[in-house]
Design a protein around this ligand. Sequence first.
Ligand code: DGL
Length: 268
Amino acid sequence: MAARVGIFDSGVGGLTVVAALHRSQPSLEITYIADTGFFPYGGRDPSEVADRARVLAEMLLERGQDALVVACNTASSAALERLRDEFPLPIVGMEPPLKPAVEASTSGVVAVLATPGTAAGERMARLNERFGGETQVFILPMPGLADLVEDGEVAGERVEAMLREALAEPLAEGLDALALGCTHYGFLRPVLSRLLPDDVRVIDAAEPVARRTRTVLGELGFDLDASGESREVLCYATGDPARLEATITGLRRSGADLPTLQIGRPVA
Ligand code: DGL
């Protein structure tokens, strides 16, 4: 039997994690919910995000899952411990890849792009305290950036201006590693590689989270088969599914490598 993995985010961002997991395990039964009815999470109160995270976890569990992935830094920051206490299955969460960025940096200057919620959260403070060390870490809250991605706007003047302004100081200080602390930002890799000097590494957490999910499934006893037959990803939105589909079409057109998605009716 194929392992069933339920994954959620506030919108299209978590599809960067879905894509990484599907690439390595195409036969997994993946169900994805984009909480587009409540997008964005980044500016909301953490307790509100935690309540949504619980609702989404319940929706996924109703469909039967072996493991859950919170493919959202903001929701992981606000709710991961609580979800793990409340739900009796393995739950993989995300955190901004500050540690790998610090490890990759030789200049001693790194930056983390994140939503305001993640940037101000305790989890980020803990990460910085634990792994920042001597490194100069710029934590850059990016209000509105995930919103542009959610609208399919992953290139162009508005996105570039926002990134240029945020990264000006870190670049002037010698930035050489940039951590993407929001799953939506994975879709900005092409624009980032145009804007940043070649020696700046861009690090996101999609691959490590996919790897961790495979480990968890292995521990549950699933026989993982990288060459299994590719399965479509079931994809639901709590908002308008036509809008989600249009965004996904736009992202694919901009070069995003996403698996085949079967976009279902809206869920309440
Ligand atoms: N994709 C989400 C994250 O990783 C947040 C986007 C939002 O809803 O603000 O934090």
